[in-house]
Design a protein around this ligand. Structure first.
Ligand code: NAD
Length: 297
């Protein structure tokens, strides 16, 4: 069934998601602070709006894809925001990656206004957004999740319900903290192997079937050679930038402080990606940390 969708935040990720919803046949009204972003979305079959209000006032579903928690709070809670202008019964889905605390706060504000809201951060990057193959990690009630599934299945391949509000964000930052740590560990192993005179391909062939095997190695190897499609073979042009990894590691460390969880390797990973930024390499792929560790960036 065709639905009216209000889509706020059509940057690198949002554009592909909004375009796929329009291609599917939904009526997608978009708003972004960038006029260029709006123009790109119109080329993809979406309708332009000049405010959050006009994007959401007739929407059955509101989707947001914004940089960080402060943007999400403002877009939903400001005078001209979603809570004041969405129609009663509209389903609200925030796909941005933000801190768990803000996600829970916005969802509480939504339920105070009788809206159903889902936090639904994604993994899969801009390629997944363009191809409609994102993974969604969702937090919210069973009912809200079930209502959202139909629309998320158009833009995603794997849709997980992680529990109550905020748990989608929790799954996202725990996963990405683990990814950052694994990428650094894998990089250290390849650098040490090289110093010991062990060929990268030989080490890869052994380790991928031994107990060191992990996704950072087998699908995204930081050493050039073994995984042809990995950014390491394209001068570390970003698939997932060091800046994005740092953002998620910062969120994980804020959550560690708030909860009292001990994450010393997460803290160290954050420090290494901060150093990469200080050295001016935030735009490189996060796997370029192998070069930082080898002192060859
Ligand atoms: P982006 O910066 O390209 O897009 C964000 C868009 O939001 C921009 O176009 C900006 O103009 C718009 N915006 C900001 N404040 C606004 C407001 N008040 N009203 C309307 N529009 C506003 O970022 P992105 O790469 O698309 O990422 C979006 C979110 O997805 C982030 O939370 C990011 O962490 C997450 N994410 C990104 C990737 C990735 O590979 N890019 C992967 C997974 C998750």
């Amino acid at each position: 069934m065709m639905q009216n969708i209000g889509f706020i935040g059509i940057g690198n990720m949002g554009i592909g998601m909004a375009a796929n919803l329009a291609k599917f046949g939904h009526r997608v009204r978009v708003f972004d602070l960038s006029k260029d972003a709006i123009a790109r979305a119109v080329e993809q079959g979406c309708t332009a709006s000049d405010s959050v209000k006009s994007a959401v006032e007739n929407a059955d579903i509101v989707i947001t894809m914004l940089p960080a928690g402060a943007h999400v709070l403002a877009v939903y809670g400001d005078e001209g925001g979603v809570f004041n202008h969405a129609k009663s019964g509209a389903l609200l889905i925030d796909c941005s990656t933000i801190d768990v605390e803000t996600a829970r706060k916005v969802s509480k504000l939504a339920s105070d206004k009788s809206f159903e809201m889902l936090d639904a951060p994604v993994s899969g990057g801009t390629i997944g957004a363009a191809q409609g193959t994102l993974t969604f990690m969702c937090g919210g009630s069973d009912n809200t999740f079930n209502r959202s599934k139909q629309v998320l299945e158009i833009i995603g391949e794997n849709i997980f319900h992680a529990g109550a509000s905020g748990n989608g964000q929790a799954a996202k930052i725990c996963n990405n903290m683990l990814l950052g740590i694994c990428m650094i560990g894998t990089s250290e192993a390849f650098n040490l192997a090289e110093k010991l005179g062990l060929d990268a391909q030989v080490f890869f062939d052994i380790s991928k079937t031994a107990s060191g095997q992990n996704w950072s190695m087998t699908s995204y190897c930081p050493a050039p050679g073994p995984v042809p499609k990995a950014p390491s073979n394209k001068d570390y042009a970003a698939g997932f930038s060091a800046a994005m990894m740092l953002k998620d590691l910062r969120l994980s460390q804020e959550a560690s402080i708030q909860t009292g969880a001990s994450t010393p390797l997460g803290a160290r990973a954050k420090a290494l990606y901060e150093l990469m930024g200080e050295q001016g390499h935030s735009d490189l792929d996060f796997s370029a940390v192998i070069k930082l560790l080898a002192d060859s960036l």
